[in-house]
Design a protein around this ligand. Structure first.
Ligand code: BTN
Length: 264
């Protein structure tokens, strides 16, 4: 079924109260349940939704993760996707994910008091557990050197949930560590307030310094899961475009995608 592209009449929901003065959010589509907010936001972007259009759902039945994985999305978490129209060439698209990661890390710290770390490229960790995943998906028209749109999807585990067995050792939630009760609406608004400042500097990516400082991989020995198989390497740097620099058998290589695991 098609999603209507016209502006939803802005209501007096709790979320809208937090977002109406937000510097980045222009329109909000609130859903109690959907398959994936990224899917809905992409459909709206194709229909011409402007930058600043936000889709938020209370739960997702088919939340998408990176590398074709699913993202467990029960009620109590934050599932949201933002329509962006960045003037950035496709090769620098990682900057959107890194920009989102810094915004989420800052917002979580402000709202919950938890200390966060970023695991390249798209995960936010608290207390050794993943509490947030980020998935940026681009639509390319071919008519321009820039993407037609980018949808930035963010999933944050806020409330305690019964987690499937296979995720128990990896996934955490903010409620376990937070120094105060967390209001999802307040955290959503805080993410996009932080994002507003960072996104203005997307092409110069001045925030990469902070991304590196927050990175839990710098200087660490990691396992890289590549198409050709697994190998061990040491993380030496993250470059200005968000690529992970690793040293492997005395040679420095740059990774732009893929999965890296580290013993925490
Ligand atoms: C990952 O950890 O691999 C990325 C997870 C991204 C999940 C978010 S939840 C909101 C948005 N909608 C989706 O279907 N995925 C993203």
């Amino acid at each position: 079924m098609k999603t209507a592209c016209n502006k939803q009449p802005q209501s007096t929901t709790d979320l809208w109260k937090y977002l109406q003065t937000n510097r980045f959010v222009q329109e909000v589509k609130e859903l109690s349940e959907t398959d994936s907010t990224n899917r809905v936001a992409k459909e709206m972007a194709v229909c011409g939704a402007p930058e600043g259009t936000l889709v938020v759902a209370k739960r997702q039945s088919k939340g998408k993760g990176r590398l074709g994985r699913s993202f467990f999305s029960p009620e109590g978490g934050i599932y949201m996707s933002m329509v962006l129209r960045p003037q950035i060439v496709a090769e620098r698209a990682l900057l959107i994910t890194t920009c989102g990661a810094v915004a989420v890390a800052r917002a979580i710290e402000k709202v919950s008091g938890c200390t966060t770390g970023i695991k390249w490229v798209n995960d936010i960790f608290v207390n050794g557990r993943k509490v947030c995943g980020i998935l940026a998906e681009s639509g390319l028209s071919g008519a321009s050197e820039y993407p037609d749109y980018v949808v930035l999807g963010i999933g944050i585990n806020v409330k305690k949930q019964s987690v499937p067995e296979e995720l128990k050792a990896i996934v955490g939630c903010l409620e376990n560590t937070a120094q105060r009760p967390i209001l999802n609406e307040e955290l959503i608004a805080a993410v996009w307030e932080e994002f507003a400042d960072l996104y203005r500097n997307l092409s110069t990516a001045v925030y990469m310094k902070e991304y590196k400082e927050r990175s839990i991989l710098m200087g660490r020995e990691v396992t890289v899961l590549a198409a050709e198989g697994e190998y061990r390497a040491v993380v030496t740097d993250i470059d200005k475009d968000g690529h992970l620099m690793i040293e492997r058998d005395g040679r420095v290589e740059s990774l732009s995608s893929g999965e890296v695991s580290v013993r925490l």
